[in-house]
Design a protein around this ligand. Structure first.
Ligand code: KMH
Ligand code: ZN
Length: 309
């Protein structure tokens, strides 16, 4: 049985500083959480960056450089840079991280979705907002399409190819598997593809074991044996659905990007705590987790000596 890939998504662009005091914001904090996730057993860190003063998702390449250098100076974790960026960022800003840093792995969003965060303020009952941008950022998503048109998918695929960056294909709903199959058939993406099933974003597929099996079966019909898959879950079903994925032979992603909690009513202090939790579940199932170098082998990555940071 191949070893399992554990990814930690460190800060993301869904949560805002008022939702948890533990959400990493500065380059130091983001790097420190990524290194902590590595020490806890994660082989991949999925990284977004934020404006260190306001905590707002950012596409500033100097901040990215700082974070990437800090992580690389301390460990050999694979960094999967985001090309999703922050909500409302133009695609031209989102892709820049790939040609600028030539990462080994980067997220590649598989289609458009009405990425709905507008319900979070009511659900979380936040009493005081630390930053003036937060509420508006969340509310505007009621009328916001996270745009990944076929034209931009083709352009993203070309940029990834030129930089020999492996795409981690984010699948927010089942139809996106067909978008990706189209890109493979046209020769824009190479197999084996690496799929990340993203469950629980409002506007996308909701987390359940049935839906996870549906995603897996659909991917199997599309790609045969030519795919590797992982799952991540926004919200409280993070650990339960990741546990189901482990039982199905899949790979898992946890981290504060997807859930701020460690358990009911308990905020996670960092992504490492969630990594530790899911690795304990894996151990209980006699599933071994892969080191960064083993994941490089599994995913066919070019290696840390070939990145541009
Ligand atoms: N920024 C979100 C809209 C990614 O990193 O590529 C989606 C996201 C995916 O976080
Ligand atoms: Zn992300």
């Amino acid at each position: 049985m191949p070893k399992t890939i554990v990814t930690a998504a460190i800060t993301g662009a869904i949560h805002t500083p008022s939702m948890s005091p533990y959400l990493p914001v500065t380059p130091e904090e983001i790097a420190e959480h990524a290194i902590g996730a590595y020490e806890a057993g994660a082989a991949v860190a999925h990284v977004h960056i934020r404006n260190p003063e306001t905590g707002r998702p950012s596409s500033d390449m100097d901040i990215f450089r700082d974070v990437l250098a800090r992580i690389k100076s301390k460990c050999n974790i694979i960094v999967c840079t985001t090309t999703g960026g922050g909500l409302g960022m133009p695609t031209s800003e989102r892709i820049k991280v790939v040609p600028t840093f030539n990462p080994e792995l980067a997220s590649f969003n598989g289609g458009s979705v009405n990425f709905g965060l507008f319900d979070i303020p009511e659900r979380m009952k936040i009493e005081e907002w630390k930053q003036p941008w937060e509420l508006e950022y969340l509310k505007m998503t009621e009328d916001f399409i996270f745009s990944n048109t076929f034209k931009s998918l083709r352009e993203f695929a070309r940029a990834f190819e030129e930089c020999n960056t492996k795409p981690e294909l984010e699948v927010y709903d089942v139809g996106m598997i067909n978008n990706l199959l189209y890109l493979v058939r046209k020769g824009y993406l190479k197999t084996p593809v690496y799929l990340q099933f993203v469950m629980g974003v409002m506007g996308g597929i909701q987390p359940s074991v049935q839906n996870l099996v549906f995603l897996y079966d659909t991917a199997k019909r599309a790609f045969g044996d030519d795919f590797i898959w992982s799952v991540c879950v926004a919200g409280r079903a993070q650990i339960p659905i990741c546990s189901a994925a482990l039982a199905m032979g899949g790979n898992v992603r946890v981290g504060l990007e997807d859930s701020l909690y460690l358990g009911k009513g308990v905020l996670a202090k960092n992504s490492a705590e969630q990594v530790e939790k899911i690795i304990n579940v894996a151990r209980a199932m006699s599933i071994e987790t892969a080191t960064p170098d083993e994941v490089r082998e599994i995913l066919g990555l070019k290696g840390l000596d070939k990145v541009g940071y």
